[in-house]
Design a protein around this ligand. Sequence first.
Ligand SMILES: Cc1cc2nc3c(=O)[nH]c(=O)nc-3n(C[C@H](O)[C@H](O)[C@H](O)COP(=O)(O)O)c2cc1C
Ligand code: SF4
Ligand code: SF4
Length: 382
Amino acid sequence: MYKIMNPESGNFPILLEGTTLKTPVALSSMAGIVDARYALERKEHIGAAFLGGYSIDTATIAAGRELADSGRAEFLPDEPFDEISIQAGAMQGSGVVTGFNLRATNPEPFLEAVFALGDKIIYEIDAHCRQEAFIRAGSGEYLLTHPEKLREIIKALKREGVTVSVKIRAGVSQNDSLLAKSLWKEGVDICHVDLMDFGYQRIRQIRNSVPMTLIANNSINTPHVMKEMLSHGADLVSVARHSDVNTLSTLDEWARSNAQGHGWYNAPKQLCRGGDIRALAFCCMPVKECPLMPFLKRIHLSPREYMDLKSELVKGTQLEKGKETCFGSLSWCCKDSSPCMFRDMVLKEQKIPMARYMKMKQELSEKILDYVFSKDEIPDES
Ligand SMILES: Cc1cc2nc3c(=O)[nH]c(=O)nc-3n(C[C@H](O)[C@H](O)[C@H](O)COP(=O)(O)O)c2cc1C
Ligand code: SF4
Ligand code: SF4
């Protein structure tokens, strides 16, 4: 369920079956600007690209024309599906996972898109655009304030078995965590979040409520900000306005070297340092007053269940080793950034490189999330 590890590349998540993501940096759509040519010029430094947005029904095309007339750049081809098909073809073989940011007011045009384009691309529902003309037409942000409409579109796409992303703007829905949870329950694969000014705290809230792939967006232009997002629950970051080659290559290089050095490219902070639910992989036994106890309560896991779960999940793995550590096994041990000679001694004895240890913690965290989110009472950090 929470399948973030990519067995082929070993480092980055699977966004679309059959395509390896080479870096957790994506291009975010900009109407009239981000097309295949734009993405291909940056292909060395991006793992994914969301082209568009493209308006694909009468109402949104009319809204796009209205905006274009007032001077905004828009893609307004005569035959949108033919054009998107050409763009998709141009991306083939580029090594960049391709999504299309699509605007429409009801399921039918999305289904037409699937008919024309097949299942080798990501269908990103634009529930983000806030221009008055798109909202009036019943698209973009309108879908966030009319979730039943959004649900109809998602249901139709998921019935076709394609990969679906929903682009949202944080702070529009009354509760972004509940919104993300409802998207996940409808089968949405990716939640692409324009965080506005809400920052990494909002991505952590969402991560603590859903196991789906999360793309963090808005002003993520430096490795420092990218690290903040990844260490609080984002699986990828995306860039629009600053998607110049220099910025993208800086983010890409940092991400790859971080993955190389630390094994778990988006390792969370420890829970007591503000980490998200994935940090349970680093938590101690529940024996003291610390943020773990209230957190377990919030995610409907009793201390006993948590202990049994972790012990069970590491059975027969190298994380079971480590009698010399605080709690008798590496499963309770801290993140690589916390210096500890006891843990390091065990790793040395067991010939486990630190990056491999972190990878094992990543696997453990994925299994913990699978368990927590398959329970009847699932977490909700509102
Ligand atoms: C000129 C322009 C056009 C945009 N067009 C779209 C669009 O069609 N669909 C969409 O979901 N987001 C669109 N966006 C939003 C961006 O994808 C992104 O969410 C936003 O700019 C914040 O990210 P950034 O700080 O990396 O630019 C557009 C942004 C700009 C600047
Ligand atoms: S259990 Fe340990 S790592 Fe987790 S919050 Fe408490 S002190 Fe921090
Ligand atoms: S042995 Fe070290 S790494 Fe393991 S729990 Fe204790 S302090 Fe943390």
